[in-house]
Design a protein around this ligand. Structure first.
Ligand SMILES: Nc1ncnc2c1ncn2[C@@H]1O[C@H](COP(=O)(O)OP(=O)(O)O)[C@@H](O)[C@H]1O
Ligand code: SF4
Ligand SMILES: [Mg+2]
Length: 323
């Protein structure tokens, strides 16, 4: 069953030179009980997409499409309605999670403010829950009485994860939460996210990263975005073993090979740069960098078509009625 259904969603930024089309007609589902990965190079619209589900502050605006979450269109909620479901139904661990907590308040006060706003009345009950969750992420109960600045980066990260999940949101969004961490801490964070699912604290997770190598450790299915559009969606194992879209193939080829030390390998990044999202050209957004580009790619946008079991990609080389 789908917890979230995104249909042709368009999220733009208003600028003096015209709209920046950061998310431009994206469709996908997040199913109950799954970790859904979103990957793609920096600037492809990952953060815009996930943040728009929670809060759209100018210059960001909704330019079309729907985001149906538990039967309601998130794009149509009033600020008050959005505030109500935040933390209780839908929650985000932001990209700069380490610095996301209010530095002037103790952890227990941050948590109490949040719980009170959502109708909790018993402070000792909430602090009991906080201690339980701190223990779950292997933090001492003393952390409740500390200010965020008194915690190390890794501890702050875990404290932020506790705050984001305290009220058992159905859907947890993790935006590049592992990007600033060393490999060992990355593993701990990924284990914690799994643990939140196993314990039933969250039902589904959207895990956003620019690091494709992490996805096979966490995501059941993965969506690859390129310049504000979906390139490919597939079960992660299948995406890694048989990528269909030329961009996904190049991304995977650019990863350091397993078993070869990082220093000894040369990252063969994808040549060229993503196009500007201010006035994106028609046709396939990848055509300026694609080794297989054809005339048609410059004119017609490729639709997202089924290319295998639960596997979708948008490229004129792949199956579909236009073939
Ligand atoms: N406030 C803004 N005004 C205009 N453009 C923006 C703004 N914030 C982000 N963008 C643009 O939107 C695009 C997508 O950005 P973002 O969602 O942050 O990508 P990602 O998270 O994949 O790195 C980028 O081209 C970025 O420059
Ligand atoms: S549609 Fe054309 S340019 Fe786009 S990925 Fe496919 S072959 Fe390359
Ligand atoms: Mg981002």
């Amino acid at each position: 069953m789908s917890l979230l259904e995104i249909r042709d969603l368009k999220i733009y930024y208003r600028t003096p030179r015209g709209p920046v089309k950061a998310v431009d007609g994206v469709s996908f589902d997040v199913r109950e009980g799954e970790v859904f990965g979103i990957a793609g190079e920096s600037g492809c619209g990952k953060s815009t997409l996930v943040h728009s589900l929670i809060l759209r502050k100018p210059p960001m605006f909704h330019a079309g499409g729907e985001a149906i979450f538990k039967g309601k269109d998130l794009m149509k909620l009033s600020e008050e309605e959005a505030r109500k479901i935040r933390y209780t139904e839908l929650s985000i661990i932001p990209q700069y999670a380490m610095n996301a907590l209010n530095p002037t308040k103790k952890i227990k006060d941050i948590v109490w403010d949040l719980a009170r706003e959502h109708g909790y009345e018993d402070r000792s009950e909430v602090e009991g829950l906080l201690r339980e969750r701190l223990a779950m992420v292997k933090l001492s109960p003393k952390v409740a009485d500390m200010y965020p600045v008194e915690l190390s980066g890794g501890m702050r990260q875990r404290a932020t994860m506790v705050v984001s999940t305290l009220l058992n949101p159905d859907l947890l969004i993790a935006d590049e939460v592992t990007s600033a961490l060393d490999v060992t801490t990355q593993r701990v964070v990924i284990e914690l996210l799994h643990h939140f699912m196993e314990e039933g604290i969250v039902k589904s997770i959207i895990f956003v990263t620019h690091d494709l190598a992490l996805l096979d450790k966490i995501a059941d299915r993965t969506m690859i975005l390129y310049a504000g559009k979906v390139a490919e969606i597939a079960p992660t194992e299948e995406m890694i073993s048989s990528p269909a879209h030329p961009y996904t193939k190049l991304l995977l080829e650019s990863l350091p090979k397993i078993g070869v030390r990082y220093k000894e390998t040369k990252l063969n990044g994808i040549p060229g740069y993503p196009i500007s999202l201010l006035n994106p050209p028609k046709g396939c957004r990848f055509y300026t960098r694609c080794p297989y580009v054809m005339d048609r790619c410059r004119e017609e946008e490729p639709p997202l078509v089924e290319v295998g079991d639960d596997h979708y990609a948008a490229c004129h080389l792949l199956g579909g009625e236009n073939q």
